[in-house]
Design a protein around this ligand. Structure first.
Ligand code: AP5
Length: 214
């Protein structure tokens, strides 16, 4: 099963993606995590992406589609994958669709996480993430140790107020059109209320997935 998680920054794609990956037994792959890991490793790809990411702008489509190709051809994605934050422009959505068709596969479900903007600002303003495994936390100070892998928690540069505002604008301008694209193409798109307790949101997502697979 290939699931694509859509939604603005802070909507909980990463948080729910981890939980759903465990429930469904398929890996979660986040382009943001791949790019941050490349940056930490000092690769050419990571260094080229840094300025875009720090400002909260999108990394060029060609870079993202290159990452996606590697991911989809990897043995880890054989049974399927949860793609977190991957399709952020219409050209990326089209590119992914073509790539999957060439492999005899398709996106089974687009899940759109819906959260009001005020709550997004609050969530991102209070977030710290593990610099190792990327797990997000709220209400903890930078420098605290990650309870999953023991690495240090840090504040993301793009979680500064100005970058958050830019990311929300970029989402409206470049990613919201993907939702219209998916509707026009009659993709299996399901909007989920992504506010409230984590387990409630997971159940809403599971319901959308199970309805589709019946
Ligand atoms: P990326 O890392 O994907 O960032 P994002 O989309 O902005 O998403 P976030 O990670 O900020 O939020 P999320 O929805 O995962 O929420 P989370 O679960 O952390 O991308 C970063 C950058 O990389 C981009 O800006 C771009 O430059 C580049 N990039 C990546 N992919 C790209 C692409 N395809 N094309 C071009 N460029 C690309 O939750 C947020 C917080 O809320 C956490 O603290 C969490 O604990 C908390 N929280 C979660 N759920 C709840 C809840 N129900 N109630 C209360 N708090 C909650």
């Amino acid at each position: 099963m290939i699931l694509v998680l859509l939604g603005p920054p802070g909507a909980g794609k990463g948080t729910q993606g981890e939980i759903l990956a465990e429930r469904l037994g398929i890996p979660k792959i986040a382009t943001g995590d791949v790019l941050r890991a490349a940056l930490r490793d000092g690769t050419e790809q990571g260094l080229a992406a840094k300025a875009y990411m720090d400002r909260g702008d999108l990394v060029p489509d060609a870079v993202i589609l290159g990452i996606m190709k590697d991911v989809l051809l990897s043995p880890a994605a054989e049974k399927g994958a949860i793609l977190d934050g991957v399709v952020r422009t219409v050209p990326q959505a089209e590119g992914l669709t073509i790539m999957l068709a060439e492999l005899g596969r398709k996106v089974d479900r687009f899940l759109l996480f819906d959260v009001p903007e005020e709550e997004l600002m609050q969530r991102l303003g209070g977030r710290v993430v593990c610099q190792g495994c990327q797990t997000p936390y709220k209400g903890l100070e930078p420098g605290t140790r990650c309870e999953k892998c023991g690495e240090t928690l840090v504040r993301r540069k793009d979680d500064e107020p100005e970058a958050i505002r830019n990311r929300l604008k970029v989402y409206e301008a470049q990613t919201a059109p993907v939702v219209e694209w998916a509707k026009e193409k009659k993709m299996n798109l399901h909007k989920i209320d992504a506010t409230g307790e984590l387990n409630e949101i997971t159940e809403r997502a599971m319901k959308a997935i199970e309805e589709h697979t019946k």
